[in-house]
Ligand binder design. Sequence first.
Ligand code: PRP
Length: 219
Amino acid sequence: STRRAAHGATVHPLQSAHRGVRAKGGEMGASKNPHDDISEVLIDEAKIAARVKALGAEITAAYPGNDELVLVSVLKGSLVFVGDLMRAIDRNVRIDVMEVSSYGGGNTESSGTVRILKDLSGSIDGLDVLIVEDIIDTGLTLNYLTSYLAGKNPRSVRIVTLLDKPARRIAELPVDWTGFEIPDKFVVGYGLDFGEHYRNLRYVGVLKRELYASLIGEA
Ligand code: PRP
């Protein structure tokens, strides 16, 4: 539940695996005021709101008719995005949630092994499915999830993500809607966390490097 930051080409792969860096309370050194831990606001609240509204309109237009559309929110990062996005979609929708973990444990690079911690509650047989993600990084999580969901006989499976870090991609994916392409920086806020903190920030910001440097083997 953490993302990766920019690193030079000589950096050991483990050091760029920020999602594998699980910061626990004491290790984090988080400030009392979460805004103090942000070095740069990458996407402000107004810009997010405008983009989410536009995505909602595009998605509404892409699913004409009254057939059921199931939004599959991938916890926990997409919680904030899906809440805003579903209210920008002007048609009948149903929402379901899944929680997945894309690595076996420890500070390891994403392996492509995805464990399902919480599966869908309802059937998607014959229905249009839209996976809602906060961020696509290596693409390994969604690569697994799209084929997993395709196995449940839906009519269609499409993907919307708020953020995309194309620089980090390992598995190529057909991403149908992207909010923002971002550089390879360690971002938090608007649902995205570091050590489960910062999800409630109303903007997407870059985490100060000193907050996680020791966890990736930097002094
Ligand atoms: C994030 C994000 C995606 C995944 C993307 O989840 O929500 O599920 O990482 O990474 P990938 O493209 O490299 O597979 P995370 O594991 O951080 O959990 P969280 O949503 O609960 O914070």
